[in-house]
Design a protein around this ligand. Structure first.
Ligand code: PLP
Length: 386
């Protein structure tokens, strides 16, 4: 009998470094909740890492986006342009504020929202004197920065705010053009990050709001702490939330941030190895890669062309499952789900194409070479069998 194969997970956290020591420090000092020195330290060190002036920690990436909407004044009657090819949490905060999303189709180079569709829409509205959207939400999916220089210029011209959902792209940056040297999440008025368990950096659950605007940062902190005014009397001057990150979670964040350069290097090495092994496999296309940006390689996602490969992505997933390998299809575009059906859209069916072909492969930073080879062989075998 062959020994049972260990299961290879899609994306699991790596909890080494000083993480244990910092959590023990929280316990020893009794600072486990939303007050404590690690929160501020995490905010400062995070801001320094990404290159934003301010960072405000919060309970999740979704909470960060929700507060982001509030910061930009998004409310009922406003529209916000957002990708349809994303995780649903990108768009839900628009609905939390009873505002109206407009779903933008993707482009094939980076799989992010198509900048031309957005610019054309803003120009059309300008010519026809139609109300502008309140904001454009740029989502950087799977780790590759979105191309949005022309969107940024149009938004500046027409007075439309830009918010970035950088939940999956911490550490990704632009290497050429107007944004060269900038990391994602530092270009729009507000940037949002997630530290959920499957993200590049995890605090168990958590998020961050980044901005260069001191007033917005102060307001973000206020809204995440129940909009409570200083003083002992429990006075509140706005509708706030309990969205603060705990000191315990922030302690994890500080430790993870110390390891982030290594995490990113591992993600890059894993992606490079997959690319080298899969580039020659008929019917497999490699994840987005450009010469003007550096991806965070968060979730390594290939395209499977069913006709050329001889099986579709769900069949490949099922085959990998028999080998104890976890793979996962890319999200269903938002406009195909009940909550967003009938919502106004820009563009065609690129997102559907990505959805029908995209398959994410295991890429935890702790993935061993032997395990990665098992994944690669699992895909090659299936192709050979056709
Ligand atoms: C994970 C994620 C979020 C939400 O972050 P949470 O911390 O899980 O709330 C938002 N947008 C995108 C693109 C994500 O991947």
């Amino acid at each position: 009998m062959t020994p049972a194969l260990s299961r290879i997970a899609l994306s699991e956290p790596s909890l080494g470094g000083n993480l244990r020591a910092y959590i023990e420090e929280c316990i020893a000092t009794n600072f486990v909740s939303s007050v404590g020195p690690f929160v501020e330290r995490f905010e400062q060190e995070f801001a320094r890492f990404v290159g934003s002036r301010y960072a405000v920690a919060c309970a999740s990436g979704t909470a960060a986006l929700h507060v982001g909407m509030r910061l930009l004044g998004v409310q009922m009657g406003d529209e916000v342009l957002v990708s349809t090819m994303t995780f649903i949490a990108s768009a839900n905060p628009i609905l939390y504020e009873r505002a109206s999303p407009v779903l933008v189709d993707a482009e094939m180079t980076t799989w992010n929202l198509d900048p031309v569709l957005i610019v054309e829409e803003l120009e059309r509205r300008h010519r026809a004197r139609i109300k502008m959207p309140r904001a454009v939400e740029i989502v950087h999916i799977l780790g590759h920065p979105a191309e949005f220089e022309i969107v940024q210029l149009a938004c500046e011209r027409f007075g439309v705010a830009v918010i970035e959902d950088a939940a999956e792209a911490l550490g990704a940056c632009y290497t050429r053009g107007r944004f060269a040297g900038k990391q994602v999440g530092t270009i729009g008025q507000v940037g949002c990050f997630s530290f959920n368990g499957n993200k590049i950096l995890t605090t168990g659950g958590g998020g961050m709001i980044t901005t260069d605007d001191e007033a917005l940062a102060r307001r973000a902190k206020h809204l995440t702490t129940q909009a409570r005014l200083p003083g002992a009397e429990y006075r509140h001057d706005d509708l706030g939330y309990n969205y603060r990150l705990t000191n315990m979670a922030a302690a994890m964040g500080v430790a993870q941030l110390e390891q982030l350069p290594w995490f990113l290097a591992r993600k890059q090495a894993i992606a490079t190895r997959y690319n080298q092994a899969l580039v020659s496999v008929e019917g497999v296309s490699l994840p987005p890669q450009t010469d003007w940006a550096q991806s965070s390689n968060w979730l390594y996602t290939i395209g499977i062309d069913p006709l050329r490969f001889g099986a579709d992505r769900m069949q490949v997933m099922a085959h990998l499952e028999t080998l104890q390998i976890q793979a996962r299809p890319i999200w269903t575009p938002l406009h195909l789900m009940p909550l967003y059906q009938g919502v106004p859209r820009l563009g065609g069916h690129v997102a559907e194409h990505i959805h029908q072909t995209g398959l994410s492969l295991p890429c935890s930073v702790g993935l061993t070479e032997a395990d990665q080879l098992r994944v690669i062989e699992g895909i090659r075998d299936m192709r050979r069998a056709r």
